[in-house]
Design a protein around this ligand. Structure first.
Ligand SMILES: [Zn+2]
Length: 288
């Protein structure tokens, strides 16, 4: 795939360059894709304070995990074989195990996988689907902040439909292009303030975002793969607790900029429920 020639994985149209050189937009469906290159395992962690990142994410991730498991239970899914793709430190795995799932995590970063394993969780090192080829089918496959990092999301959706058991569920928790923070960042980028937009795409991070989906984009490729949408909602994008740590673990962000974002974000928290959601939770089902 070259930067100049990207076919939209959602609708098949030719994507066009945008003001930000590393982002392409589909003129027909509005899907956004970046040309950023992942370096997982390449060891470019120097931009990130990893311990601070882990601690700042933990609270929000645990809340999201319980919300996702509640939603699955409402769909009649309260046990079975579960795969968490990109399980990181295992927050979701631990919550799923506590509810009776046989949970397997998949994590490409060996140091992170070691920590999850030390906490007593079952973790495989590597990538989906190769590293778990012999473990399919699964009753539940979960992508928490992972699907937006995957190349060829349409192809991935077809592979997922194959690896799910009949009646199985696919859970995707991903940042949304309709979100208020993303829209503000895109607006700022157009007037020359590029930092927040680059941060939303995780430009310069080991694993940048390759896609920014709206819910209808995910629904379209899931439907094309033979899955049925069963749930769509929002997840909290921000909590006051851990917010400063979340901003400051990015060492590429100057402290005054991080401070300004912190003040603005703190002020917005009470109103976020009224604004377009920055994180979407979607659950799809493979027909039995
Ligand atoms: Zn498109």
């Amino acid at each position: 795939m070259t930067a100049a020639d990207i076919t939209c994985p959602i609708c098949g149209s030719a994507m066009r360059p945008t003001h930000a050189g590393y982002v392409r937009c589909c003129p027909d469906c509005g899907f956004l894709a970046s040309t950023l290159v992942p370096e997982i395992g390449g060891g470019s962690h120097e931009h990130i304070d990893e311990a601070a990142r882990r601690d700042s994410l933990a609270g929000l991730r645990r809340l999201s995990a319980n919300e996702e498991l509640d939603r699955l239970a409402k769909l009649g899914r309260s046990g079975g074989r579960l795969l968490d793709v990109g399980c990181a430190y295992g927050w979701f795995l631990a919550a799923a195990e506590a509810r009776g799932f046989a949970a397997l995590g998949l994590e490409p970063d060996a140091a992170v996988a070691d920590e999850a394993e030390a906490a007593g969780l079952t973790v495989r090192r590597g990538y989906f689907p190769e590293a778990v080829a012999d473990d399919a089918p699964f009753d539940v496959i979960v992508f928490n902040d992972v699907f937006e990092h995957i190349p060829e999301p349409d192809r991935m959706m077809r592979v997922l439909a194959e690896r799910l058991a009949p009646g199985g569920h696919l859970v995707i928790n991903a940042p949304s292009a309709e979100g208020i923070f993303f829209r503000i960042a895109a607006l700022l980028e157009r007037i020359g303030v590029a930092g927040p937009h680059a941060r939303m795409w995780q430009k310069g991070f080991p694993s940048p975002h390759l896609s920014y989906f709206r819910p209808d984009h995910l629904a379209r490729i899931a439907t094309a793969a033979g899955l049925v949408e069963r749930h769509r909602s929002r997840l909290p994008a921000l909590r006051a607790e851990g917010l400063w740590e979340r901003l400051s673990y990015d060492r590429t962000l100057p402290i005054p900029a991080a401070g300004a974002i912190y003040v603005a974000a703190r002020a917005m928290i009470p109103f976020l429920g009224l604004l377009p959601p920055d994180i979407r939770l979607m659950i799809f089902e493979k027909p039995a």
